[in-house]
Design a binder for this molecule. Structure first.
Ligand SMILES: *Cc1c(COP(=O)(O)O)cnc(C)c1O
Length: 420
């Protein structure tokens, strides 16, 4: 690697996925330049194909009304099934283990109804260091709902002294000390703040060895890391589709429920869409769950949102997660190299430098927090995000970010550091 623009341009030329950038709408600055978009970890960009996918469903609704459930080009009745194979592939699951439904926080709650089954002796939840606030609120309210004290019941992971990174030794020690009190381990696949990726397989087996249920919030991992949920064996997982999966603001969430639980007699909050498809419309009194992850569905789903998901998943299938991950590792290593070359002590990269412990995001922590740096970036055509109190998160995503984007970002960053 070197710091010249030519190096970046050469890498883009060699990139087998470079053509995918053209399949996305890249927002423009007021002077018509492409924005350097490094915020795909928050809201992924819109594929150009999305309009056609959504319009197809609008047209069918316009022309067919309720008949669209059966006679739309893509019938609405089984529409969620059109997403399953691609989604299962992205998270490394069997198709029966995956369903797209609801939104992420709602799914965390519904999954906890089945998988957080506290007893007076074992009711604690072990959760991520500095988690996304919604996860904290969901966990706290679940503990309270079951009549336990969140002050005692919530165990938050902690980073090693002098770092922002949670070590496996720390997780191991907590499980050794308190494993028998922990009903549920629910942590991120990638921490949204530090960008640290956790070892799902090892955490799952350590948790299971202590008799804990193990679930993951994969909001920042899906479409970013190579996941193998079936083989790694967590009990459940959920993620949203609007970050790396580019499915539009507030779009639906994906769920994974390991097949070992499909026939188990778990409590759940039921709805008609989870009922056996053969008897669903007989409107019987007795609920007969579909014996797969689909049995957790509640409502008939929003087709317009699913159409946007389908557009994006079709692009993922074309690009392939293996190729995406490979490019992602290169892009992020390049970003890390350039930022380190700046030699500035004003920024520290708190994300692990081991590629196995991160996805595409790097979190840049300011030694002397000054939000003007983020404003400088924004004014100069970069969308990255600022997380209080002191972190700028930058995520070059392999589907549409280029090496040139990364080079230009770093040039502007270096100027900004000199000027503020
Ligand atoms: C983005 C994100 C959410 C957002 O939840 P919604 O229910 O989709 O609004 C929740 N948890 C994590 C870890 C996230 O990254």
């Amino acid at each position: 690697m070197d710091t010249s623009l030519q190096y970046a341009l050469d890498q883009d030329q060699k990139d087998v996925l470079h053509a995918f950038r053209d399949k996305f709408h890249i927002p423009k600055t007021s002077s018509g330049q492409d924005i350097i978009y490094l915020c795909g970890n928050s809201l992924g960009l819109m594929p150009k194909s999305t309009s056609n996918y959504v319009n197809q469903e609008l047209e069918d609704w316009k022309n067919l009304g309720v008949e669209g459930h059966f006679h739309a080009k893509n019938s609405w009745m089984p529409y969620h099934e059109f997403l399953t194979d691609n989604m299962a592939h992205i998270v490394g699951a069997k198709p029966e283990e995956v369903v797209v439904m609801n939104s992420l926080t709602a799914n965390l709650h519904f999954l906890m109804v089945s998988f957080y089954r506290p007893t007076p002796k074992r009711y604690k939840i072990l959760f991520d260091y500095s988690p996304f606030p919604s996860d904290r609120y969901a966990i706290e309210s679940q503990i309270r709902f079951h009549g336990f004290d969140p002050q005692v019941g919530m165990i938050e992971l902690a980073p090693d002294a002098g770092s922002e990174i949670v070590s496996m030794t720390h997780i191991h020690n907590i499980l050794e000390q308190q494993g028998d009190d922990i009903a549920l381990i629910l942590i991120g696949g990638v921490n949204y703040y530090t960008g640290q990726a956790y070892d799902i397989k090892t955490i799952t087996s350590m948790g299971h060895a202590k008799g804990c249920v193990v679930g993951f919030d994969l909001a920042h991992a899906t479409g970013n890391l190579l996941l193998r949920l079936h083989d790694d064996g967590p009990d459940f997982a959920a993620w949203c589709s609007y970050k790396y999966l580019n499915s539009g603001p507030g779009s639906l969430s994906g769920c994974f429920i390991h097949e070992r639980h499909h026939q188990a007699d778990l409590p759940r909050f039921a709805g008609w869409w989870g009922n056996d498809k053969k008897t669903r419309f007989l409107m019987r009194d007795q609920f007969v769950p579909i014996p797969t992850a689909e049995g957790w569905q509640l409502s008939n789903p929003p087709i317009l949102s699913m159409a946007a998901i389908k557009a994006s998943l079709d692009l993922f299938a074309e690009a392939g997660m293996d190729r995406l991950r490979k490019k992602s590792e290169q892009l992020t290593a390049y970003l890390e190299f350039l930022v380190s070359q700046n030699g500035s002590s004003a920024l520290t990269i708190i994300t692990p430098s081991d590629p196995n412990q991160r996805g595409c995001q790097l979190s840049l922590q300011m030694t002397n927090p000054d939000k003007r740096l983020h404003e400088y970036l924004t004014v100069h055509g970069i969308i990255a995000d600022w997380r209080e109190p002191d972190v700028i998160r930058v995520a070059p995503v392999p589907l549409y970010s280029s090496f040139e984007d990364v080079w230009r970002f770093n040039t502007i960053l270096a100027d900004g550091l000199n000027q503020i």
